[in-house]
Design a protein around this ligand. Structure first.
Ligand code: GDP
Ligand code: MN
Length: 361
């Protein structure tokens, strides 16, 4: 789950990383009350979960009393289509230099990887693309509590040593918060020292309970419902709903839809041994997504019994057409039940997907 900048800054601050003085506001007028503590020059930052926010007009500067007008302007904007409901008002830093630092998991070595660049800020992606050596990286054993000095030296190169404790604090936050990503861009030097001018923290969805986060805000209502039932469920943007058992079969169904130039609306893996009740919930969930015109159910009967699946589909009683391909345990009974209730059960996955294409287009 992605945290907003102000949430990430609160956490970073607890780990000893200096962050600018700031306050969160939900209406333009609220800015006035914070001006005395923040000083004359402030930065107004839209708390929206989009990349390239600054370039898209989500970060504005203001002086003294004009801050209310600037806040009104920012609240009226949409940043890459996202409305601005909260603004972080901060003291403006006198930035001398902008660095980039981030920590993520390196999938190939399965260890945390720390990235650092001397030229941070809003152009970091372009800079890194133009010149790969602009970003240095070190892989750190997750068993270590901090980045060993020899790796820190390699990471920083000629950059000031005073950045090192901040990067180590970020590393501790990354580890203890079960993060997928912890990023400071820009990490800045000022006459008053080093500051995290921006902050990003993504918590591993599988660790939310351990982190005391009850609700994953990044999930849609349907995704939350799926999680409750223990389904693997993903939303896309087409018109064909897909239900399968097992990741392999479900993914091949998606591939086949793609092959015939169709577009899946979502897909759901019911897992092994799904009974009538589970199948019913799966079908209803997939059908409840707007835009689903047809559902392909592609199941292999092993411990999953085809007659149970058929009963689940019939009990779901949904509006989008349901086309079924099943093979295996109690296949004949499943076929009979489906036929009796007016559902089409086809012999192959290919035939089922092509039939769905006919309904969807
Ligand atoms: P992002 O576009 O969402 O990454 O937003 P940032 O919070 O990183 O801000 C974008 C840019 O605004 C930074 O790279 C800085 O150049 C500038 N900026 C942000 N805060 C300050 C500040 O306090 N003082 C100054 N001078 N510039 C700032
Ligand atoms: Mn940034």
């Amino acid at each position: 789950m992605k945290l907003l900048e102000y949430e990430a800054k609160q956490i970073f601050s607890k780990y000893g990383i200096p962050v600018p003085k700031g306050a969160l506001i939900r209406a333009p007028e609220e800015v006035a009350a914070h001006l005395p503590e923040l000083g004359g020059a402030v930065v107004l930052k839209a708390q929206v979960d989009v990349g390239g926010r600054g370039k898209a007009g989500g970060v504005l500067f203001a002086e003294g009393a004009t801050a209310v007008v600037t806040a009104r302007d920012l609240f009226a904007r949409e940043i890459k289509g996202v409305p601005v409901r909260e603004i972080l008002v901060e003291e403006r830093l006198a930035i001398e230099h902008e660095y980039y630092v981030s920590i993520a998991i390196d999938r190939s070595s399965r260890q945390p990887v720390v990235l650092f660049a001397d030229a941070g800020g809003v152009e970091i992606e372009n800079a890194a693309q133009a010149d790969e050596s602009a970003v240095r990286r070190v892989v750190v054993s997750p068993l270590l509590r901090e980045i060993p000095p020899f790796l820190m030296r390699e990471l920083l190169g000629g950059a000031p040593k005073e950045l090192a404790p901040v990067i180590n604090s970020l590393y501790r936050a990354f580890q203890q918060k079960d993060a997928m990503l912890a990023e400071i861009n820009p990490l800045v030097t000022t006459p008053r020292g080093v500051y995290a001018a921006d902050a990003k923290l993504i918590i591993d969805d599988n660790a939310l309970a351990r982190q005391g986060i009850a609700v994953n805000r990044d999930l849609s209502e349907r995704e939350r419902e799926a999680e409750k039932h223990g389904f693997s469920y993903v939303e896309l943007d087409g018109t064909i709903g897909v239900i399968g058992n097992g990741a392999g079969l479900t993914m091949s169904t998606l591939d086949l839809i793609e092959y015939y130039r169709g577009r899946a609306a979502n897909f759901l893996d019911v897992g092994g041994g799904a009974d009538q009740e589970r199948v019913m919930h799966a079908v209803r969930l997939v059908a409840s997504m707007p835009g689903v015109a047809v559902i392909v159910v592609n199941l292999l009967g092993g411990i999953t019994r085809c007659d149970e699946v058929a009963k689940g589909i019939i009990a779901a009683d949904v509006l989008p057409t349901v086309i079924v391909r099943m093979a295996g345990t109690n296949e004949e009974e499943g076929r009979r039940l489906l036929a009796e209730n007016g559902y089409r059960m086809l012999e192959s996955m290919d035939a089922a997907v092509r039939a769905a294409m006919g309904v969807a287009s």
